[in-house]
Structures are given as C-alpha cells and as structure tokens.
Write a protein that binds this ligand. Structure first.
Ligand code: GDP
Length: 201
C-alpha cells in the first residue's frame, strides 16, 4: 500500500489547518512514545515525521496528506516535565481546541508504550476524550521490545485499569516501527472508516 505521503503544513492552531474537506486522523501520545517512528513506518518514509531528540520541541500541528484523500495529523507529544507551566497550559489548549473543534477529525490514535504500566496522564487524557465524545483507539507501541507473553500481560493489565472507568475497551492496536508490525491493521482500519464516510466529504 503506497500512501504517497505529502507534508502539507505545520499549523500553530486548528484554525490554520487546511480546509476540513477530507477525513482526518490524529496521532498523539507522550513524548518518546514512538509517534514519529510509527508515522514514518505507516508512510514508508524515513523522516516524514521528525523524530525530535528534544521532548516537546515540535509544538505544532503537523498535517500530512495521504493517498491524496485523507489527512494524517501529527499532534505534539504531551506530558513532559521540562516545559514551564504557562507554556504547557497554552500548548494543552492548542491540542484540546484542535480535538474539540476540528470538524473533519474522524479518529484519534492514542499511542502507549507497551513497556510502561498505565500512566495517570494517559488515562486522564483518554477519559477527557470520552467526556468530549471524541472517538479514539489505542496503539501500543514498541512491541518488539518485549516478549509476546509480556505483551499479553501488559494488555490485560491495561484493560483491567481502563475497565475501572470505562464500560468497554476502545479499539486496540499493537505496533512496532522497527519490526514494521501493525501497519496494515492501522491502515485497513483507516480505509474502512474512509469507506464508511464516502459521499460525506
Ligand atoms: P516520539 O517522541 O513519540 O516521536 O518518539 P520517536 O519516534 O522519536 O521514538 C522515541 C525513541 O523510541 C527513539 O529512540 C526510537 O528509535 C525508539 N522507537 C520508536 N519506535 C520504536 C519501536 O517500534 N521499536 C523500538 N525498539 N524502538 C522504537
């Protein structure tokens, strides 16, 4: 599957994103979760999304056009401690405004490092998405780093944690950028959703 990825722009806020005339899918997670690597793996490009060494450096909404028909939005990573409180506030606002206002946003993929136990910041973020009725899926990243038994255990553990507040689990994907795992599953899901939306854009 060749996505013919094209960088469109980096927008400082949702109002500066392209016309909302195509379905859009956002990718977000704590910095270092492997978001840039995952986007590059999906796009089959080495450095479409910048893997920034400095957490919180890319504080822009990065828009990519895929298959000439849908947008992939690379959202800034959240949850790093080195940014000042004021700055964090502004930046969270940029993300929450985007997520609540962007009319063509179809699904948000929340990335979670499979090796890290459930973190408050991720759980609270997903709860916030739920409260705001923003559809999302979970993507467990870097699965090449642990055994499949450990992965199953981590997924079960996460599920147990989620079901304390959720009635059911969202869609769950597993991925590895290094192992090129999960690409087709994610892209097929996006194609499926795009198919459902035919005629709406
Ligand atoms: P971002 O900050 O979320 O964009 O994360 P990056 O994509 O820059 O990745 C953070 C670090 O994790 C880098 O050192 C990557 O090489 C590494 N990494 C990302 N994805 C994977 C993966 O699937 N497997 C392994 N083993 N390492 C990964």
């Amino acid at each position: 599957m060749n996505l013919k990825p094209e960088f469109v722009k980096s927008a400082p806020k949702w109002t500066e994103c392209p016309e909302p005339n195509k379905p859009e899918y956002a990718f977000i997670g704590r910095s270092n979760v492997g978001k840039s690597s995952l986007i590059n793996m999906l796009a089959e490009r080495k450095d479409l999304a910048k893997t920034s060494g400095t957490p919180g450096k890319t504080q822009l909404l990065n828009v990519f056009l895929m298959e000439e028909s849908w947008y992939l939005m690379d959202l800034p990573g959240y949850g790093y401690a080195r940014v000042s409180k004021t700055k964090r506030g502004q930046f969270e606002k940029m993300i929450t405004n985007y997520l609540t206002q962007r009319p063509n946003l179809i699904n948000t993929f929340v990335l979670i490092d499979c090796r890290i136990p459930p973190q408050k910041i991720d759980l609270e973020f997903m709860e916030w998405l739920g409260e705001n009725q923003i559809p999302f899926s979970m993507v467990f990243t870097k699965i090449d780093k642990i055994s499949s038994a450990a992965l199953q255990k981590a997924l079960l553990n996460y599920k147990k944690e989620m079901l304390k507040t959720w009635e059911s689990m969202p869609q769950v994907f597993t991925s590895s950028a290094t192992g090129k795992i999960g690409r087709l599953e994610l892209l097929n899901y996006i194609s499926y959703l795009n198919e459902q939306l035919k005629g709406k854009f």
